[in-house]
Structure formats: C-alpha cells, structure tokens
Design a protein around this ligand. Structure first.
Ligand code: NAP
Length: 279
C-alpha cells in the first residue's frame, strides 16, 4: 500500500519504521525541511515533503500531529486527496476528533495506538513501539466497514492487539488508565517537591528507586500532551479524578483512624485485581 504520515514525531516516526518494514511505501509530511531530511536518513519514510502533493496517490493517511492540530490538518489535506483515500488519526482522545473529522471526510476512521515513551520529535520514533500494545479503532455508524477492516489489518501487521469501540467508550476507558494516571503521577511529583525541609527533599531525590520510577513515569512525559488530554477529554477525566479523590479520602480516613484491617483488605483487593489491567 501507499501510506502517508503527517507529523513525524514519536508516533508518526514509529509507524513509518514498522509500516516500511511490512513492505509499504511511506510518504512523510513535515513542516520543516530539516525534519524531512532526517526522516529519510533515519529510514522512517521512503519520501518526505513539506507539502501535501505526495498524498495524492496514497491509500491511507495517518494524521500524527498533536491533538489540537488534527482537525485543521484534515481540513488542509482533503483537497489534495483522491476520494477513496482513508484518513485516520492517532490522537489520544477520540470523541471530539471523530465528530469533527467525519463531517469533513466520509472515509475517516478514528484510531489510537496505545503505546508511547517520554520522548517526542523526529529522533523519538522507534521500531516495534506498537508490538503487543492495544490499537483502538473507534468507528461510528457512518464509518465505511471496508476502511475499518483495512486499518484493522494494518494495526495487526504492527503486532498490535486491535480493539473496536465507540469514541465515547474509548474516552471513558482511557480516562481511567491513561489520563488519570498522568494527573496522579504529576501530582505525586509535585507533592514531593512541596517538602519544605531541603535536606529531606534531597534525601528523597537520592533514595528514589524502582517504585518511584514506576509511579512517576507518566507524570514526567510530554506536558503539552497532558494538557490536551485534559482539555479534550475534560468530562471523563474529571469524573475519574473525582472518584480518585474519594478513594484517597477513604485511604486517609483508614490511616487516621488506624483501621489497619480495612486498609489491608483494600490493599489485598488491589493486589489481586491489578493483573486484570496488566497483561
Ligand atoms: P510528537 O513526538 O511531538 O510528534 C508530533 C509531530 O507533529 C511533531 O513531530 C511535528 O512534526 C508535528 N506537529 C507539531 N505541531 C504541529 C502543528 N502545529 N501542525 C502540524 N504538525 C505539527 O508527539 P507524539 O507523541 O508523536 O504525538 C502525536 C499524536 O499521537 C498526538 O495526537 C497524541 O495524542 C498521539 N499519541 C501520543 C502517544 C504518546 O505516548 N506520546 C501515544 C499514543 C498517541 P513535524 O515537526 O515533522 O512537522
């Protein structure tokens, strides 16, 4: 297949690597000449351009820009595409994107490859990023069935596990397991920084080991992406944060009132249930 990728950062670059390895021809689009050159040097794409000309003949275009640029990017490219071209995106939030983009282009299929690192930009793309990771496809009643199948096949060829659900279900589910953890993890780091005894703070920074590394990782990621998760998935994220606050209050109460058995019951339950989320 001929595949276009707009935005050659972590996700776009990683897709380029793997789709080329699967034998597809990848046409990249970036805003900068230096990024185009680097994308070719790194082997992320077969060709890279600063305009949308190269997309005229592609079968599918992956929009891999920041969330707030997906709609405007779709708007800017549609005059250059052949009518059968599938447009898909990789944005971490789906409802507002799918609602707007399917109005612009009938053959739009929302998608979200659920893999990442803390890196961003042209040097961040890596091979096999999507291996064994979920790839969520979020069609609506209007989405052409054949286009869903084509995206599903491509995602499977990346060795991802494909899930299909509505954009709204996607946003509620990722609020729990992706967007809430970013806010909790960031709040953890911010709380530690609130330690007023400088010696204790320095000791904490020196002592931080695997537990802190695990729990702080997503709070140390791309700040702009975190803000966009909150802005574009505000309702579901707030519901999850409020539930989390209630849970935290219950934990505080158990500790204040020395309800050690109750605390143990909670920790026993979470110990047993964690494996349902971590495969
Ligand atoms: P990234 O590394 O910063 O890459 C985004 C790329 O978009 C940039 O390299 C840039 O490419 C292009 N871009 C930036 N601003 C733009 C603008 N104003 N107009 C047009 N293009 C612009 O970010 P990313 O992590 O790959 O995220 C890209 C998308 O993937 C986002 O929608 C995000 O929600 C989604 N996503 C991210 C993760 C994650 O963990 N990071 C996981 C799953 C999905 P050029 O400089 O080449 O133009």
């Amino acid at each position: 297949m001929k595949i276009g990728i707009i935005g050659l950062g972590l996700i776009g670059g990683s897709l380029g690597f793997d789709l080329r390895d699967c034998g597809h021809t990848v046409y990249g689009v970036s805003r900068k000449e230096s990024t185009c050159q680097r994308a070719i040097e790194r082997g992320l794409v077969d060709e890279a351009n600063m305009n949308f000309e190269s997309l005229k003949t592609v079968d599918i275009v992956f929009i891999c820009t920041p969330i707030n640029k997906i709609y405007s990017t779709v708007k800017n490219i549609i005059n250059d595409l052949s009518p059968n071209t599938i447009i898909t995106d990789v944005g971490s939030v789906k409802t507002p994107i799918v609602e707007q983009c399917e109005q612009l282009w009938d053959n739009f299929v929302g998608g979200h490859p659920m893999a990442g690192t803390a890196e961003q930009g042209i040097e961040a793309g890596q091979k096999n990023l999507f291996k064994n990771a979920p790839y969520v496809i979020t069609p609506t009643e209007k989405t052409p069935k054949n286009s869903i199948k084509i995206l599903e096949n491509l995602a499977q060829s990346l060795n991802s596990t494909v899930y299909i659900c509505s954009p709204e279900e996607h946003d509620q589910a990722v609020a729990w397991i992706s967007h809430l953890p970013v806010m909790i993890s960031a709040s953890l780091i911010a709380s530690c920084l609130g330690e007023i005894d400088r010696n204790v703070l320095i000791l904490a920074q020196q002592f931080a080991s695997s537990g802190f590394k695990d729990t702080s990782r997503v709070g140390g990621g791309n700040p702009q992406l975190g803000v966009m998760m909150a802005e574009y998935n505000q309702k579901a994220l707030l519901a999850a944060l409020q539930a989390y606050r209630q849970q935290l209050e219950q934990v505080i109460e158990k500790i204040e009132e020395k309800q050690w058995q109750s605390l143990e019951r909670l920790l026993t339950k979470t110990q047993a249930e964690r494996s349902r989320f971590i495969h």
